[in-house]
Design a protein around this ligand. Structure first.
Ligand SMILES: [Zn+2]
Ligand SMILES: [Zn+2]
Length: 395
């Protein structure tokens, strides 16, 4: 089967290269080569087809699905990304609108996000959310009618999908057509840990701050760093939920990997808000610096309220000027030793900051320290943490 499909793909590819075949040729189920390539995760083929002008907005007759549904359902995130980035600049975006394409429904009303959540494809869930997938959309007939992505993630039992959806503001109290909240779905299918996170009586997770969406250009590295800080904070919170303990923000637990490195950091490296963590984020245009946690706290609303949510961009806590842009201030050399692949610090992004010299001095070990530091409030026990708490409370 796999052999056969590889052969088929190679054949299609070579024909495409010679321009002798319509890239949208259909089989009996009205599936296009692009759908099949996305289903099988054939990224080279997906790319070639897209280059050849394959139409991303075709529906098959099996479930009324598009290539985007297939990539999401089977969890082929590189194919998903390729289709999304091609759709962004294709006639589809112009005629249909890109966000509408991201939220495209199959014959039963399922969006690609519903399918990815149901199939435990956390990478795809993340990519789709990042591209504007609606986190609270209800299905038509797919799954139990009226299911949200969170219901389907609860059904699938993927903690990572649930984390991602919650961090994006999914509502634990939204009911499906039978009146069930996701918590009940997780319980029914005996996904205990998922149920704990979905239990409406457990503490609210942190949600990706909506004011960050107003910062005109959120530098990708800065975004990755902030997202990591957010997810780490939620994991800390999870520990106490799963233990049944009380939770307070930010958790002041201690991590072993941090202290030796941090002792090498001079006072001038430390964030002037919490005095505990290394500055990793620079505010532009003013150039003030702070740590990822403080940046996140500055912009973070624990529970976005659509009626009161402010639409003003966050301001720099030092000079009160509007934050136009956030960039990463660090330069790191050997980050391959770390296990934190989601924060990909680009070494070419050398910043002319005065911090640079000292960071180079502590070398590769600094990244370990930083990755620990970026998991919210690792340096417990120091009273200066209170400063940040109080400062955040006043916001
Ligand atoms: Zn700080
Ligand atoms: Zn400033």
């Amino acid at each position: 089967m796999i052999m056969a499909s590889s052969l088929l793909f190679n054949k299609i590819l070579s024909r495409l290269l010679h321009g002798s075949v319509n890239p949208d040729i259909l089989n009996r189920q009205k599936q296009t080569p692009l759908m099949l390539a996305a289903m099988h995760g054939k990224i080279e083929c997906v790319e070639k087809l897209l280059d050849a002008g394959a139409n991303v907005l075709m529906f098959d007759t099996v479930n009324g699905r598009t290539c985007l549904h297939y990539a999401a359902y089977y969890g082929h995130f590189s194919c998903l990304k390729a289709i999304l980035s091609s759709a962004q600049y294709s006639p589809v975006a112009a005629s249909w609108g890109f966000v509408r394409f991201v939220n495209i429904r199959d014959g039963k009303g399922a969006t690609p996000l519903h399918l990815a959540a149901r199939q435990r494809r956390s990478e795809c869930v993340h990519i789709l959310l990042d591209n504007g997938a609606l986190v609270c959309a209800s299905t038509g007939r797919y799954g139990y009618p009226g299911s949200t992505p969170l219901h389907l993630a609860a059904r699938g039992g993927s903690l990572d999908c649930i984390r991602g959806l919650l961090a994006w503001g999914a509502d634990r109290l939204q009911r499906d057509s039978s009146g069930r909240i996701p918590y009940m779905v997780a319980l029914k299918h005996r996904h205990g840990s998922c149920a704990s996170l979905l239990n409406p009586t457990s503490s609210e997770p942190l949600v990706w701050p909506s004011p960050l969406k107003f910062i005109s250009e959120l530098n990708p590295e800065a975004k990755a760093l902030l997202e990591q800080a957010l997810m780490d904070a939620n994991r800390e919170r999870e520990k106490s939920i799963l233990k049944g303990g009380a939770y307070s923000l930010p958790p002041q637990s201690h991590s072993d990997c941090v202290d030796d490195n941090i002792s090498e950091v001079s006072e001038s490296e430390l964030c002037c808000i919490c005095f505990e963590q290394v500055c990793t984020i620079e505010v532009q245009n003013c150039g003030h610096q702070m740590c990822a946690q403080c940046t996140l706290a500055l912009c973070c609303h624990k529970k976005p309220n659509p009626t009161t949510a402010s639409i003003t961009p966050p301001v720099c806590p030092f000079c009160r000027s509007n934050i136009a842009r956030l960039v990463v201030v660090i330069k790191l050399e050997n980050h391959d030793e770390t296990d934190q692949d989601s924060v990909d610090i680009n070494c070419s992004k050398i910043n002319k900051t005065k911090k640079l010299r000292n960071l180079n001095d502590i070398g590769s070990s600094s990244f370990k320290g930083l990755s620990g530091v970026s998991s919210f409030g690792k340096l417990g026990g120091r009273s200066s943490g209170r400063v940040a708490d109080e400062w955040i409370d006043k916001q």
